[in-house]
Design a binder for this molecule. Structure first.
Ligand SMILES: Nc1ncnc2c1ncn2[C@@H]1O[C@H](COP(=O)(O)OP(=O)(O)OP(=O)(O)O)[C@@H](O)[C@H]1O
Ligand code: NI
Length: 307
């Protein structure tokens, strides 16, 4: 049984546009992902594809004006807002994308100690600070006194001492030097290997490939492919979806060919496949009907042409 399961998630916003004209923005639709114990699932996709909102939906911290549909399960149990508030920070820890999540009025050592739920909290904080190369005087600082990299390392520390079983890391490494990035990723691997699970949201596909088990590829608010990490090699011939193949080929060490066109706007999604307007393989069926996610080889894909 997966430790975390997201079934048919949708997130939309109603927004006023010119006076009383309302527009619905479907930022996430028909999204399915699951993570088993011991696994790292990397979530990749363009900016605005819904990655952070997925994290916020799991934790029950979507903005007030968001409407959510679908089911999220933790250890087989369907989550309610009350259950989410119980699990938040205890069983499921978020490493937020924005360092503004740190409490501006609390010294950072105290913030990390507050996150530790059992054992010797002071010792846990000291140990994790050493691990991420935060000097001992940092614990007395306030968030505004930290550099961007120090703030990121504080956020990592907070999740690592929490004793959670699932970490959702939303772009945890920008601004960190390569040594600390490697160490942070290594600590996610160790965390998963203990029987816990990590959802690693990232733009950095190459780093993700070094530690993840599976990669979920997001496009315009939904999953287009879920592939085991070993499929990302060569020309991408083992990959299933045309968007995943294009993402792979766009990497500098591959062909470095950018993908033409742009993602659809969430208030004007195409009727059929969300990728059809940019897809070389698109046919009339693709443009008319939204394809379902289906199992293909040992992964999943949302494309009728994928083989
Ligand atoms: N409060 C909100 N009201 C309306 N639209 C929103 C709101 N929050 C997010 N969105 C929209 O939802 C979409 C998905 O946002 P999200 O932050 O999940 O993207 P992302 O994949 O995390 O992007 P990035 O890689 O830049 O972090 C975006 O188009 C964004 O503009
Ligand atoms: Ni984001």
């Amino acid at each position: 049984m997966p430790i975390l399961e997201v079934e048919n998630l949708s997130v939309s916003f109603k927004q006023y546009k010119r006076g009383l004209i309302q527009e619905t923005s479907n930022v996430i639709s028909s999204l399915n992902v699951s993570i088993e114990k011991g696994e790292i699932l990397a979530v990749v996709g363009a900016s605005g594809s819904g990655k952070s909102l997925l994290a916020h939906a799991i934790l029950g911290i979507l903005p007030e004006n968001a409407r959510m549909g679908g089911v999220i399960k933790y250890a087989g149990e369907k989550l309610t807002p009350l259950r989410q508030s119980e699990l938040r920070g205890t069983e499921i820890a978020l490493i937020p994308q924005s360092v503004n999540f740190l409490d501006p009025l609390m010294r950072v050592g105290a913030q990390v100690r507050t996150s530790a739920k059992k054992g010797d909290k002071a010792a846990a904080q000291k140990e994790v600070f050493e691990r991420y190369h935060l000097k001992s005087n940092v614990e007395h600082m306030y968030p505004f006194q930290l550099s961007g990299g120090m703030a990121r390392r504080t956020l990592l520390s907070t999740a690592m001492v929490s004793g959670a079983s699932v970490i959702i890391a939303d772009e945890p490494t920008p601004g960190l030097d390569p040594v600390v990035i490697a160490e942070a990723l290594q600590s996610f691997r160790e965390f998963a290997d203990k029987g816990c699970a990590v959802m690693l949201i990232t733009h950095d596909i190459e780093s993700a490939l070094t530690i993840a088990d599976k990669i979920a590829v997001f496009y315009a608010g939904t999953t287009v492919e879920i592939a085991p990490v070993e499929n990302f090699q060569g020309n991408g011939e083992a990959l299933r979806h045309p968007y995943t193949k294009a993402l792979w080929r766009a990497l500098p060490q591959n062909d470095f060919i950018p993908i033409q066109g742009t993602s659809p706007h969430p208030s004007h999604l195409p009727q059929g496949c969300l990728f059809a307007p940019r897809c070389e393989m698109s046919s009339a069926d693709c443009r008319n009907t939204r394809p379902d996610m289906r199992t293909l080889r040992n992964g999943m894909v949302r494309c009728i042409h994928a083989t």
